[in-house]
Design a protein around this ligand. Structure first.
Ligand SMILES: [Zn+2]
Length: 69
């Protein structure tokens, strides 16, 4: 009986993990496209992929990152 409950709990945990993973994957690519951030130096909008993070700031290009310093 205890083993049956343990198996049930394991299945529930796996199901929760799988659903959580599926939701995470579904949301991931969409965020990448829509999530725009601003350059700390010139205020230009850019995606997280393009951003250059330097000294705690976010910049659109190496030029902006250098200017900040
Ligand atoms: Zn910039």
């Amino acid at each position: 009986m205890v083993r049956a409950l343990a198996i049930l709990a394991a299945i529930a945990a796996i199901a929760f993990f799988l659903f959580g993973g599926a939701f995470g994957r579904k949301r991931g690519p969409r965020d990448e496209v829509e999530d725009l951030i601003r350059c700390d130096m010139c205020g230009a909008y850019l995606t997280r992929k393009e951003a250059i993070v330097k000294g705690g700031g976010i910049f659109c290009s190496k030029e902006c990152a250098e200017k900040r310093r």
